[in-house]
Design a protein around this ligand. Structure first.
Ligand code: UD1
Length: 338
């Protein structure tokens, strides 16, 4: 299948591009590099040994999107493009709503005008809100989001679901990611956040290579086995393979489906830090700090729907995630800009 990846140069997009090519598909990337780098596309090409079609454009640029769809007969779209920093979304809500919603609307209108009716969307477990019980299942009602970033994911899910009601030929797969970490095992592509990372694993990786001094563990008084927050960390290559399966599924499906992509296992902050130190034989100094506002104690996925519908389940464990992250970080201590 010929598949358009919006935001295909980013962390999850780049790994998905590699796995799509491994599975015999033809991905085409559109990215404006606002939070990614053309270097990641060169690295993808190195891994797969062939060139990857790339358009540098903003997904909200209607003219550019029309041209891309005129030049390519897409079977499916995977929509990754979007702003994703939770804290920034709180201080710049209008920018987040404008960007994430505008890009999605322009993309859907362009798809509609060109008769492309299959889309896989990069959603997030954040859409569930703080549920009273774990694991999180797709049939749980959303309890609302805690920040504008999360609300854009929620709203985009509704926009796409609306399309399947208006036109029953549309197929929409809403993938709710848990906590993607890790990197390609080549060490060539990985996560390259700009500035000081907000998320746990990129922060740990930068402390490990000496770019940052020490990690703050946000709270050790949660009702969890060791008191620190528990999350469902998933290897980005497993996640990428989930997207390949989602495209295959969309090809023979109409309507909309929400599908969790997680492992079904929860690990605490200290589980992750200790595993990282052990498998990489490196020290990660940390201090216990106050809880971070908006954080929840624990979440993890019920991944059984992904297995039933897509025939997909995560294969890599926490040790693989820690090893692969450290390999990318040590080979690229300043990310793609070394
Ligand atoms: C966060 C977002 C979520 C988003 C996801 C993207 C919030 C409330 N949620 O999820 O909406 O989809 O990132 O990847 O921001 N931690 C530390 N020290 C740190 C950083 C994190 O102890 O320096 C802890 C946190 O308290 C949490 C765990 O590590 O218990 C994971 O945090 P993080 O990686 O930021 O992910 P989430 O908060 O789960």
């Amino acid at each position: 299948m010929k598949i358009l990846l919006t935001g295909g140069a980013g962390f999850i997009g780049s790994h998905t591009c590699v796995e799509l090519i491994n599975a015999g598909h033809t991905p085409v990337i559109v990215d404006n590099f606002i939070n990614s780098s053309a270097e990641s596309v060169r690295r993808i090409e190195k891994i797969v040994g062939r060139s990857v079609p790339l358009y540098e454009a903003d997904v909200s640029d209607r003219e550019a999107m029309n041209r891309i769809f005129d030049e390519n007969a897409f079977d499916c779209v995977i929509h990754f493009a979007g702003l994703k920093a939770v804290g920034e979304s709180v201080s710049q809500p209008l920018r987040y709503y404008r960007n994430n919603l505008d890009t999605t609307l322009t993309l859907c209108e362009t798809m509609q005008a060109h008769g492309v009716k299959k889309i896989v969307f990069s959603s997030s477990a954040t859409v569930y809100g703080n549920q009273p019980e774990v694991p999180y299942r797709e049939d749980m009602q959303s309890l609302g989001c805690t920040n504008p970033y999360g609300w854009t994911k929620y709203m985009i899910e509704k926009i796409l679901e609306g399309q399947t009601v208006a036109d029953p030929e549309w197929s929409v797969v809403l993938l709710r990611y848990f906590n993607p970490i890790g990197a390609h095992e080549s060490g060539l592509i990985g996560e390259d956040p700009s500035g000081i990372p907000n998320n746990l694993m990129p922060y740990v990786a930068k402390v490990a290579v000496g770019e940052l001094k020490q990690l703050s563990v946000f709270g050790n008084d949660y009702p969890t086995p060791d008191g620190t927050g528990v999350r469902d960390y998933i290897h980005v290559v497993d996640l990428a393979r989930g997207h390949v399966k989602a495209c295959d599924y969309a090809a023979g499906h109409t309507g909309s489906e929400i599908i969790n992509l997680g492992t079904g296992h929860g690990y605490s902050v200290l589980d992750l830090v200790n595993t990282f130190m052990k498998v990489n034989n490196v020290n990660v100094p940390y201090v216990i700090a106050p809880r971070r506002p908006g954080d929840i104690a624990e979440n993890y996925a019920d991944p059984s729907k992904a297995k039933a519908l897509l025939g997909w389940e995560a294969e890599k464990n926490l040790e693989d995630m820690c090893r692969d992250t450290y390999r990318f970080q040590s080979q690229n201590p300043k990310g793609y800009h070394t």
